[in-house]
Write a protein that binds this ligand. Sequence first.
Ligand SMILES: Cc1cc2nc3c(=O)[nH]c(=O)nc-3n(C[C@H](O)[C@H](O)[C@H](O)COP(=O)(O)OP(=O)(O)OC[C@H]3O[C@@H](n4cnc5c(N)ncnc54)[C@H](O)[C@@H]3O)c2cc1C
Length: 392
Amino acid sequence: MRTDLYQGHDYYLLDELLTEEHKLIRETAREWVKKEVSPIIEEAAEKCEFPRHLLPGLGEIGAFGPYIPAEYGGPGLDQISYGIIMQELERCDSGLRSTASVQSSLVMYPIWRYGTEEQKQNYLPKLATGEMMGCFGLTEPDHGSNPGGMTTNFKEDGDDVILNGAKMWISNAPFADIAVVWAKNEAGRIQGIVVERGMEGFSTPTMHGKWSLRASDTGELIFDNVRVPKANILTGRDGLGAPLSCLDSARYGIAWGAIGAALDCYDTALRYSKERTQFDRPIGQFQLQQKKLAEMITEITKAQLLTFRLGQLRDEGKATSAQISMAKRNNVDMALAVTRDARQMLGGMGITGEYPIMRHMMNLESVVTYEGTHDIHLLITGLDVTGLNAFV
Ligand SMILES: Cc1cc2nc3c(=O)[nH]c(=O)nc-3n(C[C@H](O)[C@H](O)[C@H](O)COP(=O)(O)OP(=O)(O)OC[C@H]3O[C@@H](n4cnc5c(N)ncnc54)[C@H](O)[C@@H]3O)c2cc1C
């Protein structure tokens, strides 16, 4: 891996809309990533494992539950700050951002929003530092885009419930201390329940063979008559809306994060276009290469504007699920297109691990699929603008 020379790109002077605190948060995250992660990320991706020694550092830069209030151990930042941190992490690697996204939006968020005071005090402070790690179990082997069809279920037994079923494609599962699991109760209503590592009948086998998101650990969650205290149920909300509200928060982070991956590829291709000479001139002087760079920065800028406005709406409590869905779909699609053009600009070097572009491209194939596929998000926008439901 070469020295990380990344510099931000802000074509429409969006920095003028950021506060000094936002800029400080960005600087802190960027410097930490350059020092601690950039030198090792390629090797981690090659080995296909998340570098767990980074967890305390992620906690220190506020990447775990950025918007969780201080009373529960979080930094209590706004939504723009959350987005900025996710962008800086994914600028380096989508797997790094995924680990933080899951912890923040899919584990801490539901405990904070739907947990009891005791659950919040018990879990959130440790999750904020990375001393405790969590995962989020929604997807099942036979229910991905249609999580409402899930079959994982629990039945009451005295002060406990007995949990049965299986989840798959679960980020952080192989090392998580706790899992926020979505399962149906005896009335058929979906509820969240916190399952702890070590409970009898609970196992988390690692999934192997991924060509994407290799620096993030993915696994299954298996529940074989797992006895879980009723006190671990998130009683604040039931129904599919509960996990979907967590996905809103995570998709918002992805919208920011995908811009980071795109910026890194653009930054790399721009620098390469000035260094690499063919036909006695830098390749950046050829019109066809300039077209690629011009289109990249145009699409990145449009995504930055869309996402900054979405952040304002989130901070004002006005952002709709459909607006978040649009930003997630648009930005990941945009980032994938940028990676493909950037990779071509580097010629043969573009396929090597010497540059980050191919890794970003492969990572984004997961990002375009998880948290709702590209096509599912199109249907969400379609439903929103027509009022007609194409899912049924
Ligand atoms: C690396 C990785 C990490 C993940 N991490 C997590 C996690 O931490 N927790 C978790 O719960 N899940 C996680 N997931 C699961 C992810 O959210 C699902 O893969 C995703 O929701 C899609 O489900 P599926 O793979 O079963 O695809 P399917 O739902 O089987 O979809 C297959 C294809 O059919 C299309 N399709 C489905 N329904 C429709 C429709 N109605 N109309 C048109 N087209 C349709 C889809 O768009 C897709 O192209 C992760 C996935 C990956 C790859």
